[in-house]
Design a protein around this ligand. Sequence first.
Ligand SMILES: [Zn+2]
Length: 96
Amino acid sequence: MHIHEFQEMMHSLYFKRDSERGVNGTYNWLVDEIAELGEELKKGEDREATEKEFADVIAWLASLANIIGIDHEKAAINKYNYKCLKCQQTPCKCTF
Ligand SMILES: [Zn+2]
């Protein structure tokens, strides 16, 4: 499945509800889900729970993109097209 297909699936499932909640409410949910992912990563003890938090983050990100009409896959590929933004290499050769 491509990012675009995942985003369309989320559109089919939740677009009406997401639209009614709006940008700010959906963004706040995304931030909460990122915080939950961070908590799971800190605990580092339950891989299945961590996977579910990853799923929640991409789901809420897709919902947010749907509300404002961003094609997430197109945006991601346009910016990160198989090369580092700074050094233009694959893999990145930048020094830390
Ligand atoms: Zn680089």
